[in-house]
Write a new protein. Structure first.
Length: 113
């Protein structure tokens, strides 16, 4: 049975939506007010707040409220678990491809006259 990491699943779920990825791209430039993040999306504020909640639950952003203004900031290092998982997968598949290559080369040498 495959191992499932709930935090990693939540992270990939948050990254799966293009609106949330666009918000993260904007936040990579620096903190922004919710209204600034909502503007380019064309979505209503409650929908934007749900997207931000998903990002915050995944640990990708933090939010702070100052008066009536809620500001969001990207969380440095939040993508590290995804990067680690992807690096592990890359190493696994590279090893498998290396074994396949070695096998094919052995078969080809055996067929040589």
């Amino acid at each position: 049975m495959a191992k499932h990491d709930a935090d990693l699943s939540q992270l990939f779920h948050a990254l799966a939506d293009p609106t949330r990825r666009a918000m993260l791209t904007r936040l990579a430039e620096g903190p922004a007010a919710v209204s600034d993040l909502a503007g380019p999306t064309g979505l209503r504020l409650p929908t934007v707040m749900r997207h931000l909640a998903v990002l915050e639950e995944a640990g990708l952003i933090t939010t702070a409220k100052d008066g009536r203004i809620r500001t969001c900031a990207i969380e440095p290092g939040a993508l590290d678990p995804a990067r680690t998982w992807l690096d592990e997968q890359r190493a696994l598949w590279n090893a498998r491809l290396d074994r396949l290559d070695a096998f094919v080369m052995t078969v080809m040498k055996e067929r040589e006259p």
